[in-house]
Design a protein around this ligand. Structure first.
Ligand code: PBG
Length: 322
């Protein structure tokens, strides 16, 4: 009879390394970066190690990331001049657009820009709202028109990829059509196709004071209980022309990452979001667990679930740890 001893494969570091099924690579990690107007860095209390950065600080950070071996960044724009329709979001003269052009000039990083209005609207919702004082909702058609302008303005500023994150219906198709019409057929679209209405975005919303002024995001972001709907959303976006499909958040949706990976033929990205980072950081700082090994375990689990790329606030640190 065969003597089954699975532990033989775990006997030494070298044997374990030899047979490891899932390996993290820094080439698959994307670092999110938050823009602010003015000068310098403004720390984010709920996200230790992460800050809002002005153009000068971002340029320095990009250089550090490149040295660390991180080759992709996801940039979030913002403005201090918010209005109802988020008009600064597509103003090519805005400080954020100027910064995009500066980063493009300074580096060959893969630059991804988030396309959303929540950091540009005075009401904090992700799109343009219907008129009138009561029962205000997202006006999908008007929102798509604005997103198309935002995406084209980012593409013209030199980004490689636009990432619509607002869960508006038809946003991928609207972006693809507008980009192609404006000579930007090379610009990639990474769609936040499967984005749940999650409490793990909490720290992010503090950054830009972008919590909705009334209501919540449950009329456009997905219900955490739904899986079939995630596959529907993913397939729709592939049909509309998405080059990459994202699932967000990552940790509480590993089953969704795995199911989406099975279903689509395009690369799948997972967003390891702010709350997922903050809770481990906080526990690490308190000495309740070891941050480095917890973070690497989390990132490995996301990759094992099927993510080809991982967007994570640990990108720079993880590059040194891997
Ligand atoms: C904007 C947006 C959010 C995040 C990315 N883009 C917040 C939200 O939808 O409320 C969350 C990122 C994070 O928590 O790390 N639509």
């Amino acid at each position: 009879m065969t003597n089954h001893m699975p532990t033989r494969l775990r006997r030494s570091v070298s044997i374990r390394n030899l047979v490891r099924e899932t390996r993290l690579a820094k080439e698959n990690l994307v670092m999110p970066l938050f823009f602010k107007e003015g000068k310098g860095v403004e720390p984010i209390e709920s996200m230790p190690g992460i800050g809002k950065m002005s153009q000068d600080a971002l340029l320095k950070e990009v250089e550090k990331l490149q040295k660390a071996g991180i080759k992709s960044i996801l940039l979030f724009g913002s403005t201090s001049c918010k209005d109802a329709d988020g008009t600064l979001s597509y103003d090519e003269k805005s400080p954020f657009h100027t910064t995009l052009r500066a980063i493009r000039k300074a580096s060959d990083m893969v630059i991804i820009a988030d396309v959303c209005l929540c950091a540009y609207t005075d009401h904090g919702h992700c799109g343009v709202l219907t008129a009138g004082p009561k029962n205000r909702r997202i006006d999908n058609a008007k929102t798509l028109e604005t997103f198309a302008k935002v995406a084209v303005s980012y593409a013209k500023a030199g980004v490689d990829m636009v990432a619509p994150s607002a869960m508006a219906d038809g946003q991928v198709k609207a972006l693809r059509t507008a980009l192609d019409k404006n000579g930007c057929s090379q610009t990639l679209i990474m769609s936040y196709a499967v984005k749940y209405a999650s409490s793990f975005y909490g720290p992010f919303r503090d950054i830009y004071d972008s919590s909705p002024e009334f209501g919540d995001r449950k009329t456009y972001q997905m219900d955490p209980g739904n899986k079939r709907e995630a596959l529907r959303e993913a397939l729709l976006d592939v049909k509309e022309g998405a080059d990459i499909i994202m699932v967000k958040p990552a940790l509480t949706y590993l089953d969704i990452i795995s199911a989406v990976r099975e279903k689509v033929n395009v690369p799948v990205a997972a967003y390891n979001v702010s709350g997922e980072y903050s809770m481990i950081k906080a526990a690490g700082l308190k000495g309740w667990l070891d941050e480095k090994s917890a973070a690497l375990e989390i990132l490995t689990s996301i990759k094992r679930a099927g993510a080809d790329m991982i967007i994570t606030y640990w990108a720079k640190e993880a590059a040194a740890w891997i």
